[in-house]
Design a protein around this ligand. Structure first.
Ligand code: GLC
Length: 242
């Protein structure tokens, strides 16, 4: 068995015709893969997308940038996730970070106990390092996940889509080489750091286009067509094992 973990917005979603082609392929070949969606969205918002588009039904959902794993369709949380948390208090972290005027808090409904999200345009690596250092001076060990030059998610260190996918693969008894991951922006980046077979779609942001690794395939095709092209790439090479 294999596992397919795909981001939604900008990866499987973005071109309806491409999604139809993916869904058609999944209907006939999907039994080779356990399907998982990994998104920055919260669980209910992902469920709405599944209901309102042609997305096939997954077995599990990694929601809120990896801070929550839920089974589908029931929505049962995997309680053992997230694990290994240090000192974490979103209110305290928010107070420390909002001293910087560049950050605008995202709406309440997207914030969770373990995900504090802002909009912030044009941050650079040094801004992110400074913010992480400031948090660390207050005893917080955080992951700063910056996507599309616009969204900043502050998560507990070591918790992101990549570690969540690794946790689920291990729960399901799968090795990294049995897992294909697909994405387009910065919050997908950690999924490409776990020895999985990676697919970057052709419309990806520069933060993913820059990835260079024998485990990462850069498709020239966009959205769901890129996902399908990438899956076929790894299957053809027989480097994604069954
Ligand atoms: C989704 C989430 C948002 C997050 C972004 C990037 O848009 O709703 O909170 O910042 O993904 O991870």
């Amino acid at each position: 068995m294999r596992m397919l973990v795909s981001d939604l917005d900008g990866t499987l979603l973005g071109n309806d015709d491409a999604l139809s082609r993916f869904t058609e392929w999944y209907t006939t070949h999907g039994d080779q893969f356990r399907l998982v969606y990994a998104s920055g969205r919260f669980f209910d918002s992902i469920v709405e997308l599944i209901h309102s588009t042609q997305l096939p039904e997954p077995e599990a959902v990694i929601a809120s940038v990896g801070t929550r794993i839920c089974l589908y369709p029931g929505g049962e949380h995997i309680d053992a996730w997230p694990q290994c948390l240090g000192h974490w208090d979103v209110k305290g972290i928010c107070d420390i970070l909002t001293v910087s005027s560049k950050l605008v808090l995202q709406p309440d409904e997207v914030q969770t106990e373990f995900k504090l999200s802002f909009h912030a345009d044009g941050l650079n690596t040094s801004d992110l390092v400074k913010m992480r250092r400031r948090l660390s001076e207050h005893g917080y060990s955080a992951e700063m996940v910056y996507s599309s030059n616009h969204d900043l998610d502050v998560l507990p260190a070591g918790i992101h889509k990549g570690s969540a996918a690794a946790f689920l693969a291990s729960e399901w008894g799968l090795k990294p080489k049995q897992v294909v991951v697909c994405g387009d922006t910065g919050n997908d980046l950690p999924m490409f750091m776990h020895g999985f077979r990676g697919v970057v779609v052709g419309n990806a942001q520069s933060e993913l286009k820059a990835l260079q690794s024998p485990d990462v395939y850069h498709s020239e095709q966009e959205y769901a067509d890129g996902v399908l092209d990438g899956i076929n790439y790894w299957l053809r090479r027989q480097t994604v094992t069954a």
